[in-house]
Design a protein around this ligand. Structure first.
Ligand code: HEC
Length: 129
């Protein structure tokens, strides 16, 4: 019995810090989504089954075979360069760093030099599944 008064505040503190961590994560994801929307949504949709735009739909990208969206016509340069590859975080980071280095002649021209921004975009894409 005498333990309760001492333990209760500790438990409350734990609950509070978990709660705060949850809020911080949600904020991060919101920022990540904003960045991805600003940088990518003119050409890509992110929702499940979303239509292709100027680029293919990106829902569930990680773990997906590159150049595999059947309702999108990829450029020859891109298709050849990524043939047999599967999207993972490392490939996505390289892609966002310089698309033309990964797939010369690709129809997507993008180079993000800020690793923190690339990581945010990757975090957002990872959250889609
Ligand atoms: C101006 C239009 C445009 C913008 C903006 C754009 N993309 Fe693309 N994206 C494309 C096109 C077009 C392709 C197809 C490339 C090809 O066929 O050469 C593509 C392909 C891709 C692929 C390959 C998908 C697959 O199925 O293999 C990924 C991943 C991708 N884009 C991610 C992004 C991300 C993330 C952003 C935002 C940082 C972005 N793109 C911004 C036009 C764009």
């Amino acid at each position: 019995m005498s333990h309760f008064p001492r333990k209760a505040p500790v438990l409350l503190m734990l609950a509070a810090s978990f709660g705060l961590a949850g809020v911080a994560l949600a904020d991060d994801l919101e920022l990540a989504q904003k960045l991805a929307t600003n940088h990518c949504a003119v050409c890509h949709t992110f929702d499940k089954g979303g239509p292709p735009g100027q680029g293919p739909n990106l829902f569930g990208l990680l773990g997906r075979k590159a150049a595999s969206e059947s309702n999108f016509t990829y450029s020859d340069g891109y298709s050849k360069a990524v043939s047999g590859k599967v999207w993972d975080e490392q490939m996505l980071d390289a892609w966002l760093t310089d698309t033309q280095a990964v797939a010369p002649g690709s129809a997507m021209v993008y180079a993000q030099g800020d690793p923190a921004k690339r990581q945010k975009i990757i975090t957002y894409i990872k959250s889609l599944h």
